[in-house]
Design a protein around this ligand. Structure first.
Ligand code: ADP
Length: 628
């Protein structure tokens, strides 16, 4: 039994493939967590890092509170079941299951007890004397599981264990594994690319894409509240329909015009309209999503043409085209043999179940957000949020990049992390409870903040009492807070940020200013403000540009031609980087500096591809402060 905690885990393979980025997740004891996503999204890499089969590039892995990064796989008390079950063909089922324990010199009677117990759990007691070739695929997979169970690990890792089985067997093994999890009461982490497997097996699902967690939640919440277009269309079968829509107000009612057609207009119920993330979306093009089961045929005013019908026994799937529209629209209804293809129908959207997504970012913009975002201003350690003012925790401000200060930034936090009970090391924000929407697994509770537009949503347990209009204090743990700039780049970092400050010597020669920093000499036109002498030099975080070597140059989009062989450059050595969005923060050593310096640059560069590199220093890339 064990908790598994992944803290900001990164994996960069040799050659620079970023397989996993900022993977942050708390897996509770006895949970059954499924990692799901398309091939290549980083699921197996993450699992292998937990198992210790792959080194963790950055971040921390804890099992039961103990740091595991450097612990040998065999000492992690973890067992992994792979896709290919690799049983020893010459050994009996019993011997296959006992083998690992024998290697560990477990006493014979103990081995016997554990093998028999595992065989009973898996209902393979009568197969113990057989050899693998006399077993079916499903039975072999059970033996592979048995071999793992006898080791009594704290955590089970399963990497696509069912993908070699035929479809029917896969379905029955799914429920076998779910039952096994219940019987053993052990933490399970299961990897699959199959959304149905994920939806039916996990207590919690982690949806991944391109090495990033997209959303981690219960199956039903992912289904009801996908945080973006990817999650929305990845889960659910047939998948969610997506149409272009333009939002507008008709009196007090929020409406959407579909596909630019005046005769295709839908209206949002009030409770939905209130949940629109920002009024700025009104008048704009967005994407509207609706699941096939939430469209009703033969009602309403939207015209459609039925292209193909599939009658599946208990349900009928209609592949339709909306008038003048090429894309298909799928409708799922209870079985109805009267509905035929090649016919016109009217349809109606169930507007209680409509989703909206930003046309560019593809983020969900109606309903409980993936992250609440509140506009704030930060000046040194003082943050203003509407009419409220806070003195920020020192530890928190140490992680803020320069771009966080006195700029248009947003403070962000996932609704799951906000508490109405006091928690240590958190920001206490006063808010007024405005309205509530019931969900299957929780209630979405919306608050307003004094002096700010819009709402701020949190998740509360279904049985927690809520009073509309009540003033409450919400606690936002510092360690869960993010800060974003207007382009949605993170401006808080994983690492402590020190001022990029070191020593420099200015020497003016023949109308040129020579600035000596460490081993480098930077040359600029002479400036009367800086006579010869000793200075402190402070490099600006976002003004220096990495100079690419030939290999990196090949696939870069550098604009600055001056950069091909610039004279003004410093040599740095990086120890890590943090992905901020379109940018990265590189943590580097600069000769002559006491602390690490931080440089923010475009993410076409990675220190993992080039840990030793040079930075071009433009004239406006630093300030000089005379030494007393
Ligand atoms: P998934 O399990 O979701 O299919 P993986 O974790 O296997 O994804 O792979 C994630 C990314 O890392 C992919 O782009 C893959 O090509 C790359 N990758 C996996 N293993 C290695 C390796 N040993 N060396 C370099 N790149 C790798």
């Amino acid at each position: 039994m064990a908790d598994v905690t992944l803290r900001h885990i990164y994996k960069v393979y040799d050659g620079g493939v970023r397989a996993v980025n900022d993977f942050d997740l708390d897996i509770k004891d006895q949970e059954f967590v499924v990692f799901v996503g398309p091939s290549g999204c980083g699921k197996s890499t993450t699992l292998r890092m937990i198992a210790g089969l792959e080194e963790i590039t950055a971040g921390q892995l804890y099992i039961d509170g103990e740091l595991m990064n450097e612990v040998e796989p065999k000492n992690r008390d973890i067992a992994m079941v792979f896709q290919s079950y690799a049983l020893y063909p010459h050994m009996t089922v019993y011997a296959n299951m006992a083998f690992g324990l024998k290697l560990r010199h477990t006493p014979k009677d103990e081995i016997d007890r554990r093998v028999k117990e595992a065989a009973e759990i898996l209902e393979i007691s009568d197969l113990l004397s057989r050899k693998p070739k006399a077993l079916s695929g499903g039975q072999r997979q059970r033996v592979a599981l048995g071999r793992t169970i006898v080791r009594q690990p704290k955590v089970f890792l399963l990497d696509e264990p069912l993908s070699n089985l035929d479809a029917k067997l896969r379905v029955s093994m799914r429920s076998e594994i779910t039952k096994l999890h219940e019987k053993l009461g052990t933490t399970f982490i299961y990897v699959t690319h199959d959304q149905t497997e994920a939806m039916t097996m996990g207590n919690r699902i982690v949806v991944m894409k391109n090495g990033f967690i997209q959303q981690a939640d219960t199956p039903i919440t992912l289904f009801e509240d996908p945080c973006n277009l990817f999650v929305a269309t990845f889960l659910g079968s047939p998948q969610m329909n997506i149409v272009e829509a333009e939002l507008f107000m008709d009196g007090k009612t929020l409406k959407a015009k579909l596909n630019d057609r005046d005769d295709m207009v839908v209206s949002f119920p009030d409770i939905k309209a209130k949940q629109l993330a920002s009024k700025e979306y009104i008048g704009k093009k967005v994407l509207l999503g609706i699941r096939p089961e939430h469209i009703r045929p033969n009602e309403g005013n939207l015209k459609a043409f039925i292209d193909v019908v599939e009658h599946l026994g208990d349900e009928s799937i209609l592949y339709c085209k909306m008038e003048n529209r090429k894309e298909q629209f799928i409708i799922k209804i209870p079985f109805n043999s009267k509905i035929r293809a090649n016919a016109d129908i009217n349809v109606e959207f169930n507007m209680d179940h409509v989703y909206l997504f930003d046309a560019d970012t593809h983020k969900a913009i109606m309903g409980i957000p993936h992250e609440d975002e509140i506009p704030v201003n930060i000046d040194k350690n003082v943050m203003t949020m509407g009419e409220q003012e806070f003195t920020l925790d020192e530890q928190f401000t140490k992680h803020l990049l320069d771009a966080s200060f006195n700029a248009n930034v947003k403070l962000a936090i996932k609704p799951d992390y906000i508490s109405i009970e006091e928690v240590p090391d958190s920001l206490a924000v006063k808010a007024k409870l405005e309205f509530v929407e019931q969900k299957t697994d929780y209630q979405a509770v919306y608050f307003s903040l004094k002096g700010l537009d819009g709402y701020f949503a949190i998740k509360m347990a279904n049985d927690q009492e809520v009073k509309l209009g009540k003033e409450v204090t919400l606690y936002l743990p510092y360690r869960r807070l993010n800060v974003y700039d207007v382009e949605h780049n993170k401006t808080n970092s994983r690492e402590d940020i020190f001022e990029n400050r070191g020593e420099a010597i200015v020497n003016n020669v023949n109308g040129q200013m020579h600035v000596k920093v460490g081993g480098a000499t930077l040359v600029y036109p002479e400036n009367p403000d800086y006579p010869n002498g000793k200075y402190d030099i402070v490099f600006k975080q976002d003004k220096l540009v990495p100079i690419f070597n030939r290999k990196m140059l090949k696939n870069s989009d550098r604009e600055n031609p001056e950069m091909d062989n610039p004279k003004n450059k410093i040599k740095v050595y990086a120890y890590d980087e943090d992905v901020l969005g379109d940018k990265i923060a590189a943590y580097v050593q600069v000769e002559g500096f006491d602390y690490y310096a931080t440089f923010v640059m475009k993410n076409n560069f990675s220190v993992y591809k080039m840990p030793k590199f040079e930075l071009y220093v433009p004239q406006d890339g630093f300030v000089l402060i005379p030494k007393e």
